[in-house]
Design a protein around this ligand. Structure first.
Ligand SMILES: NC(=O)c1ccc[n+]([C@@H]2O[C@H](COP(=O)([O-])OP(=O)(O)OC[C@H]3O[C@@H](n4cnc5c(N)ncnc54)[C@H](O)[C@@H]3O)[C@@H](O)[C@H]2O)c1
Length: 320
């Protein structure tokens, strides 16, 4: 790293004190003359301006999530990267977490059967933002994970949210997304909640699982539970005993997952893409897909929870 740009002088002084070998300044155009690659880690509403400046100068770019706050801007960044041949990567950090990767492999191997629905909870007290609501700031993570696991974009979303701290910004959102193949995803994202929760439940036709990202040693539990299909069921389910016979409750298992620091893995992936001119696992198209979903969430929030159609298509990820 050779340059850190920030418009806040105090932040620059802190950086300079901790890393005296790094140049600091407030003018990105000066730094752009010196560097091969740029990380845009400023508030969401400034991503487009800074990333387009870097791409236009022929630099590879890693942008924090959400990629932009406008679909037209996200598409323009993809176009710029394509025409200049530069790497464009979006920091959908959780896709670089080993537990998320483990679940992906398990799902894609068909171990859960057909996916019925996902429940995702991402709560904490703070940090409270004023330029992006809880959907753009927090649910962006869950949308990126759901799109990745399900290899698709939702067809439609409905969302309601509450504004308490800042009258213009939702502090909590409750979103339901309808994916292809009758898959439902429900997510709850809030920075106004007493306990830090990072929980995902996946219910499939063969098994179910829970990913608890706060559990640093055993993040995933697989439940060998399911409803028996008609052929396996014995007779009509009209008593408690026959109900018990209509569900299967097998073992609960905890896979061994070696946890690594996702940010480290992500940064290494960016550097590898820069050096080898590879397509990132979370490139411009995946970032754009998340923005498209979040725009639909925003439309539904404005429309008192009425379902909003996502004008997209299936989205794939490079294996990285
Ligand atoms: N991927 C993740 O898990 C994750 C986690 C936290 C934050 N983020 C993202 O990182 C970004 C920054 O979040 P943060 O919590 O660090 O915010 P922050 O407000 O703490 O820091 C942002 C910095 O950007 C500077 N800045 C603002 N506008 C600028 C401009 N036009 N030019 C130069 N500097 C400018 C500010 O002075 C500040 O120092 C956001 O997009 C956020 O969504 C991602």
């Amino acid at each position: 790293m050779v340059w850190v740009i920030d418009r806040d002088r105090r932040r620059l002084d802190e950086v300079h004190e901790r890393y005296p070998g790094v140049e600091v300044g407030d003018d990105p155009t000066v730094a752009l003359r010196d560097v091969d690659a740029v990380v845009v880690a400023t508030p969401a509403t400034t991503h487009f301006e800074l990333a387009s400046l870097a791409l236009s100068a022929g630099k590879d770019v890693l942008i924090e999530k959400p990629m932009t706050t406008d679909i037209g801007e996200a598409e323009e960044l993809c176009r710029l990267a394509r025409s200049s041949g530069n790497v464009l990567m979006v920091s959908h950090l959780f896709l670089y977490a080993s537990a998320v990767q483990w679940v992906r492999n398990y799902l894609w191997a068909g171990e859960l059967g057909s996916v019925y629905h996902l429940t995702m909870v991402r709560n904490n007290l703070g940090p409270i933002r004023d330029d992006a609501n809880a959907a753009w700031d927090l649910a962006a993570h869950d949308v990126s994970i759901a799109n990745y696991w399900l290899r698709a974009e939702p067809l439609a979303v409905s969302a309601v949210g509450g504004r308490w701290i800042n009258p213009a910004v939702e502090d909590a959102v409750f979103v339901t997304m309808r994916y292809p193949d009758n898959v439902l995803v429900n997510l709850h994202a809030s920075w106004l909640s007493p306990r830090k929760v990072r929980d995902i439940t996946v219910v499939g036709s063969r098994r179910m699982l829970i990913l608890d990202d706060m559990n640093l040693t055993e993040p995933v539990r697989v439940y060998d539970k399911r409803v028996l299909d008609g052929a396996e069921r014995k007779g009509v389910v009209d008593t408690f005993a026959s109900f018990r016979a209509s569900i299967r409750e097998g073992d609960i298992s905890i896979p061994r997952i070696i946890l690594e620091e996702p940010l480290m893995t992500e940064c290494a992936h960016f550097l590898e893409c820069v050096e080898r001119r590879k397509e990132p696992m979370t490139g411009g198209d995946q970032g754009t897909s998340v923005v498209r979903v979040l725009e639909a969430v925003e439309r539904s929030l404005q429309d008192e929870g009425r379902e909003a159609v996502v004008q997209g298509g299936r989205v794939g990820h490079s294996t990285g």
